[in-house]
Design a binder for this molecule. Sequence first.
Ligand code: ATP
Length: 368
Amino acid sequence: MSDNIDVSLKHVSKFYKDTVAVSDISLDVRSGEFISILGPSGCGKTTTLRMIGGFILPDEGNIMIAGQDASQLPPSSRNTNMVFQDYALFPHMTVAQNVAFGLKIKGIKKNEIQARVQSALDLVGLSKYGNRKPGQLSGGQRQRVALARALVLRPVVLLLDEPLGALDAKIRKQMQAELKHLQVSLGQTFVYVTHDQEEAMTMSDRVAIMRGGKLEQVGSPEEVYDHPASLFVAGFLGECVTIRGVCHDTKGTFTCNLGKIEGEFSVKAFTGDAALCIRPEYIHIKDSGEPVFHGDYHFSGIVTEKVFKGLNTKVTVKCGEEFLFAELSGKSSLKVGDNVDVSFMKEHALLLPYEDMETISVHEEVGF
Ligand code: ATP
C-alpha cells in the first residue's frame, strides 16, 4: 500500500428535503487500501459510496479520484467501478458476455476483450463457466461474475456495496477470504460498505464508522476496537461492559455506585456523565475462595447468569447495582449464585462520555 491518495472526500454532504443523508464527511483513501465504511442502517454508508461512484452527486464538498476533481462527473467518466449486493447481472447474457459488456461499450477490440474476459474469469475461479447464464450459477458464483465484470475494466477504485449480503453464512466467510486475497494480490483499492462489524474488522486495513450521516471514527481495526472514540463505536464493534457514573475532573476521577475509581484513564478531557467501558475479555472472575487476581480494581458480587457459547462462557455477575460480565475461555466451573471476585486492570478501562445505548440502538443493528 502506497501513500498515494486514490479517493479524497472534502467536506462532502448530501441532503434530501429534511433528511441529512451525509454530513460534512472528509476522508482520504490510500492507493491499495481496503477501507470499509461501517455503521447502522440509515447512517449514510450507501449514499457516501454512491457519491464516490458518481451515482449521486454531492450537494456540498469535493470528491477527488486519482488526483482529478470528479465531484460532478458521471459514473462512466470516473476511474471507479461498483459491485452491488444483488449482483445486477444481465440474465439473458452468458457469464462471458456479462463480463465483456463494459469493454464493448468502451470500444475495446474483440481480441483484447476475449483475453481480458478470460483472465478476469481465471482471477475469480470461473474460467470454465463462461458459457453459462447467471441463472445457472450459485449465489457465490454470481457474485464472482459481478466482481470479474467490475475488475475487467481495471478501475483505480473498486466500490463494493454489501457485496456478500445475499450469501449464507458459510459461503460468506469463504468469499470474505477470497475477496481479501484478491484485493491484496492485485493491490486494488477497495471501498467496501457493510453493516457487519466482524466482516469489516477481519478484512479491512482501516474502518470508517458512520453515525447519523457523520464520520464518527476512522482507524485500523485494532485502533477503533481498543481506543473507540465514543461509547457508540465501542458498542458497535463488539460487546463492552459499561459502568455508568460521573467523571469529576479532567484527570479521570470517576465515581459510580461501585465506589470511587480513580485512574489516569486515557480520555479526552471532559467532566459529567460518564461510562467506564471494559471489553469482557479483560474482565476476570474468580471464585471468592481462589487466590485473587492482581487487577487494579476489585469488586465482590454474585453470579447471576452463565451461558456456554462453545469457545467461551459468558458469566454475568451482579456487583452492587451493576451487572458486569466476562467472556471466560472454554468451560467454567462457576455456578449461578456463587460469590465471586471481579477484577480488571486500569489499562483496559476506557472512560468515555455517557450515552444511552438504547437510544442509539447499536445492538439491533449488529444483530446482538
Ligand atoms: P443501509 O445499511 O440500510 O443500506 P445506509 O447506511 O446505506 O443504510 P443510506 O442508504 O446512505 O444509509 O441512507 C442515509 C439516509 O438518507 C437514510 O435516512 C435514508 O432514508 C436517506 N435517503 C437515502 N436515499 C434517499 C432518497 N433518495 N430520498 C430521501 N432520503 C434518502
